[in-house]
Every structure is written in C-alpha cells, then in structure tokens.
Design a protein around this ligand. Structure first.
Ligand code: FA5
Length: 352
C-alpha cells in the first residue's frame, strides 16, 4: 500500500469515543478502571495513537481532526474522574448508610479563661487603676537577680526558705548560676537597673519551688510582684495601697491583717493575711472564728538593694510586695485546695 492512499482515511473518532465510554461505564473496580485508562489514555493508548495519525491525513483535514481528537481526549479524562469517584463511593463501607439530617449536631464546648488567669487579670487591673505599670520577666533566672542583688548572698540562711530548682549543675568552682525563679522579686532589680525613679510597677508570672504540695502549697504557682520607688514613700503608702487592693478585689468589708515578717530585701518586712471565714459562705464553719490565710509578703525596699542598683538612698525610698495569686483565687471563689487548679479536671475548670 502506498503512503498516499493511507493519507485519505481519517479514523472515525465518534466510534472510538462510543466504545470507550461504553467500556468505561462497565468498569466496577479501580483495577479495571486503571486498565481502561492505560488502554485509551496511556502513553501508548488509543487516543495517543489517534493523535499521532494526524500526520497521515491530508493537510486540509488536519485542523478539524485535531480539534475533534482533543475534545474527545478531554471528555474521556473528565469521565474517567467521574467514574473513579463513583467506584470509590460505591466501594466505601459507609456508602449504604443514609444521613439523617434532622439529628442534632455535636455540641461545641466553649473554653473559658483559667481561674488563675482571670485572677491575675483582676489583680493587675486593680493596680493599674492605682497607676501601676504591668511588666513581665524571665522564668529562668540568674542566681544574681533571684538572690544576690536581693541581699541574699551565697550561704545566706534565707535561701533555705526558697527551695530552689536549679538549672545548671554545680561547676568546679561551686557556681550554680541559673535556676527557675523562686519569686517574682528579681524583676525589681532588673527594672531598677534600667530605670530611674519614680518606679511603680506590678509583675505577674510563674514561680517554682522544690517543695511538697498540700492544700495551700504548690511546687509551681503564680505571684504578682509590686514595686514603688519615689521621693517620700513611707510604710503608710504601702499599707494604704494594699488595703485598697484588698477592697477592690474582695469588697469594702474585707478583713485584713498585717504582721511582721522577714525578707532580706526589705526592712521592715510584713505579711498580709485575709480572713478565710469572712470570705467563704461555708455555713458549717463558725463565721465568728477567724481563719487567716497569708496572701502576700511585703516591706520597705532595703537600702542595700536600692544602693546596689545605684539609687540615691538619701533621696529615694520605696515599698515592695509579692502576692500569691492562687491564694487570692481560693479566697475569691471559696476553694479550699490549691491543687484543684492544676488537676486539669474539666468539671472544676468549667465552673469559671
Ligand atoms: C516571697 O516570695 C517574696 N518575694 C515576697 C516579697 C516581695 C516580700 C517583695 C517582700 C517584698 P513568700 O515566699 O512569702 O515571699 O511568697 C509570697 C506569697 O506567695 C505568699 O504570701 C503566698 O501567698 C504565696 N506562696 C508562697 N509559697 C507558695 C506555695 N508553695 N504555693 C502557693 N502559694 C505560695
């Protein structure tokens, strides 16, 4: 057969298309579908061969044939996708299950702020209303700021009160410089080193102590440090500020008690407690009986601390305090065990 004779016979695309679609509809599995794909659309498949045959056609017929074969190829690709979805759906184990659109949906639980976060915000707002700035600081701290600059040098007995979680192993020289901060007081130093008086700030944050837990002690808890340094600040300012804070948080009738306490970085030092029984509505307890819970340590900033940061102690005085946030949250909400805050029990946390 000579080449010129071949050139006159254009293959019948409609016929090919017809049988391809018939075979495609008959496929029932993904395997048979793939065989179909190779047969028609594969690299050596019928469609590719038809496309190649275009060069055998008289040039006048080529554009129409080319257009027809491209349309057929696109149609087969589209039908292939449809058939694949149909087979996958039919073969899926759930396809016989019907959906009852009248069933109620799965309820979405709304989260809420953790009670300690809420309490931190309440306390910060109270101090903010009295003109205190709110700042934060690092939880991994240097011995230098956590102890030394706060007038607690190495081997000072006050270190025993802060059972410390050390980060660094003791090196050959006996230094263990990094730790998890045991209180928020290091931020007093970090701030005063950078800022001249007047200073008036509160520092919320987590603190860590290597100690046994009980109903009022956790090994990790939150504190809010407070510091005010200026000309003419007295112990009366400290008491007035803390009374006002207690009134804002607990109401006008709150019962507050100050007692002497010792912290090397203040002089004089004090602790403030609140009467638990006046806060809880527990009718089993005798409401007249007082039951004080300590919520904070405080005092006038020690002149040694002010001098260490370069402040002129003839000009400036200041007060500082460190509030235990969990204790406040317990008092506010009538919770008698601090460990409840960190048990991750949704029945407890969902109440806030
Ligand atoms: C301090 O941490 C001092 N830095 C506070 C301070 C700051 C004094 C500035 C003077 C000037 P203390 O260890 O007492 O002090 O802790 C302060 C408060 O944290 C306590 O009053 C208590 O409310 C809370 N607290 C202490 N230990 C725990 C604990 N293990 N679990 C829960 N709350 C605690």
């Amino acid at each position: 057969m000579n080449k010129n004779t071949e050139k006159n016979t254009a293959p019948n695309i409609d016929e090919v298309l017809h049988s391809a679609l018939k075979e495609l509809n008959a496929t029932k599995t993904l395997e048979s579908l793939d065989e179909w794909r190779v047969r028609y659309l594969g690299r050596k498949g019928i469609v590719v061969q038809l496309k190649r045959s275009i060069s055998d056609l008289p040039s006048a017929e080529r554009p129409e044939f080319g257009h027809a074969i491209n349309s057929a190829s696109a149609l087969l690709e589209e039908k292939l996708l449809g058939q694949r979805t149909k087979i996958s759906t039919n073969n899926s184990p759930n396809h016989t299950e019907s959906i009852d659109v009248t069933l109620p949906g799965i309820p979405i639980n709304n989260g809420s702020l953790h009670p300690i976060t809420q309490t931190i915000r309440d306390i910060c707002e109270a101090f903010s209303s009295m003109g205190f700035e709110i700042i934060e600081g690092p939880e991994v701290e240097l011995d230098h700021y956590n102890f030394q600059m706060l007038n607690i040098p190495k081997h000072h007995p006050a270190r025993d009160g802060f059972n410390t979680l050390w980060i660094d192993q003791e090196d050959d020289s006996g230094e263990r410089p990094m730790l998890l901060r045991t209180h928020t007081s290091p931020m007093q130093i970090r701030t005063m080193e950078k800022q001249d008086p007047p200073v008036r700030l509160v520092v919320p944050g987590k603190v860590y102590r290597y100690e046994a837990t009980d109903s009022s002690h956790e090994w990790h808890f939150s504190q809010i440090e407070g510091l005010a340094v200026d000309k003419g600040i007295t112990f009366a300012n400290l008491k007035g500020t803390l009374y006002e804070f207690a009134r804002i948080l607990f109401g006008e009738d709150v019962k507050v008690r100050f007692r002497c306490d010792y912290f090397p970085f203040v002089e004089p030092g004090a602790e403030m407690a609140i009467d638990w029984n006046s806060r809880t509505k527990d009718t089993d307890k005798n409401i007249d009986e007082e039951n004080w819970i300590e919520i904070l340590g405080a005092g006038m900033v020690h002149p040694k601390v002010l001098k260490a940061v370069g402040y002129d102690t003839d000009k400036y005085t200041g007060f500082a305090f460190g509030i235990g946030v969990e204790r406040i949250a317990m008092l506010k909400n009538g919770i008698d065990d601090i460990r409840l805050f960190y048990n991750n029990d949704i029945r407890f946390l969902g109440q806030f």
